[in-house]
Design a protein around this ligand. Structure first.
Ligand SMILES: [Fe+2]
Length: 483
């Protein structure tokens, strides 16, 4: 069998695993041939790809730890928060993991985006189980860890749809609502049955960071329960390797590098190291290209030679890439994945560990060129509202959710920036910071703005790095260019 990305899925290919939704409904059986209906379902539900059977790769067998049919049953029990059933699933996962040998995370879950929360919960359960066992925890404790993982996000169901399902970036208010989900999960679990205090605390604290920047209680390293630390690592690893509306999927190795970068700061180092031992650079059944032009599919990963798998070439030869003659070749994965700049990765990293915050900025300036210039600099990072007069700004404040920051010109026909800012401050009880951006550098004007208690004053022409940094500092209290 081999993994094919969605764009390479073709009618007539034979499925290596069945396809089920989170209600357990079977949409295609193992061995079925892909037809137009299945292809449409995969596209419509945001699948990344599927495993297919073909002659050339028949020797390759990928172990998903929990097969899709059983996964669907687990997903349904997570959906209904069936605690005794989830306890049994936890036992099953431990048994399967113990049978599976090295590199347990060789399977890329091709799940659909619409099943995200439930598929995510099952994946986090498997990943947390792998970490727990690798860290030497006894099987009975790992079962409790897995139970917590299965139930860690059940509370998301009770959030408004767009927040709970995490479709896209969240506004500040939505983000604050999102932060309630660990407590809601604990509440739901209490309503549905009994779990130990250790399981409840793992659920409650699975978004805490080692440095105290997480939520709900901003706990620091020694106060965070070890189960919660492991869930946090498993949770972020799975979120990174999946497609979300606001981001593409990282390759497993990229997700691992990201976690390594945050070890000791956001993530518990020993859990990251344990995971590292079980994540192959090139998962079994996925395609690779070598720097000499050879291409093939990964047959086997070998723990002692990480990143140098055995492959079946497109010509049917089996080659061990750790052996002499091949060990200098550079390998590239051909699994479709998102490629991000360092800056974009940094945005994702922050979102992943502290939730998605998407600040809203209102920019008020009568000159179109000034508005467009600020739009160019800021639209990548913020949700912008561009307005051309003080009157429009006040009307907007009266009828919409307040922005997180206002950038205000001073010299405008009609109501000027200072008059507008004064009215907005009264209407919002001084809750919205105002940053003046103006070519007017007259001292009296600057002092008048300062007396209003404005957040800052930037004189045009400005440097784009400077303005990004000033905005970030006002919004988060941190220096740097973006937030
Ligand atoms: Fe969560």
């Amino acid at each position: 069998m081999r993994y094919v990305s969605l764009s390479d899925v073709k009618v007539g290919q034979q499925l290596a695993f069945g396809i089920y939704d989170y209600h357990g409904k079977c949409l295609a059986e193992l061995g079925d041939y892909i037809d137009n209906k299945i292809q449409f379902y995969l596209e419509d539900n945001g699948f990344r790809g599927v495993y297919i059977e073909d002659k050339e790769t028949e020797e390759i067998r990928v172990n998903p730890i929990v097969f899709p049919k059983k996964r669907a049953v687990m997903m349904r029990d997570v959906l209904f928060c069936h605690i005794p059933e989830c306890q049994e699933h936890a036992e099953t996962i431990v048994q399967e993991l113990k049978k599976s040998g090295d590199m347990q995370l060789d399977y890329l879950d091709p799940r659909g985006e619409k099943d995200y929360i439930y598929a995510h919960s099952v994946n986090v359960a498997i990943i947390a189980g792998v970490i727990g066992l690798k860290m030497g925890m006894p099987a009975k404790r790992v079962e409790q860890l897995i139970l917590a993982a299965l139930l860690h996000d059940v509370g998301r169901q009770r959030l408004p749809d767009n927040i709970g399902e995490n479709r896209g970036r969240l506004s500040q208010e939505e983000y604050l609502t999102m932060k309630l989900h660990p407590s809601i999960s604990v509440q739901m679990v209490r309503e549905k049955g009994y779990v130990t205090e250790e399981v409840r605390n793992a659920i409650l604290y699975h978004h805490e960071n080692e440095d105290g920047s997480g939520y709900p209680d901003r706990l620091t390293t020694e106060k965070i329960p070890v189960f919660a630390k492991i869930l946090h690592v498993a949770d972020v690893y799975d979120a990174l390797t999946s497609v979300r509306p606001h981001k593409g999927a990282y390759l497993p190795i990229e997700a691992l590098e990201y976690l390594e970068g945050g070890a000791g700061i956001s993530f518990y180092g020993p859990a990251v190291s344990a995971l590292e031992d079980c994540v192959p650079e090139f998962p079994k059944g996925t395609g690779v290209f070598a720097s000499d032009g050879m291409s093939g599919t990964v047959l086997k990963n070998i723990a002692e030679s990480k990143g140098r798998p055995m492959i079946v070439t497109d010509k049917g030869e089996i080659i061990n890439l750790s052996k002499q003659g091949f060990n200098n070749l550079l390998l590239t994965s051909i699994v479709e994945h998102a490629e991000y700049t360092i800056e974009e990765n940094e945005v994702h990293r922050r979102e992943m560990i502290s939730g998605k915050r998407h600040f809203r900025l209102m920019i008020v300036d009568d000159q179109k060129t000034n508005l467009l210039l600020l739009k160019d600099i800021l639209e990548e990072y913020y949700e912008l509202t561009l307005l051309k007069s003080g009157e429009q700004a006040i009307d907007f404040i009266d009828n919409n959710t307040c922005p997180d920051l206002i950038l205000m010109d001073i010299n405008m026909p009609g109501m000027d920036g200072i008059q507008t800012a004064t009215i907005i401050q009264q209407k919002t009880s001084y809750m919205v910071p105002i940053l003046f951006v103006s070519s007017n550098n007259d001292l009296n004007t600057v002092l008048a703005c300062r007396n209003l208690g404005c957040a800052g004053y930037i004189v045009r022409p400005y440097n784009s790095v400077y303005i990004k940094s000033a905005i970030k500092e006002i919004l988060t209290g941190e220096s740097g260019q973006i937030c």
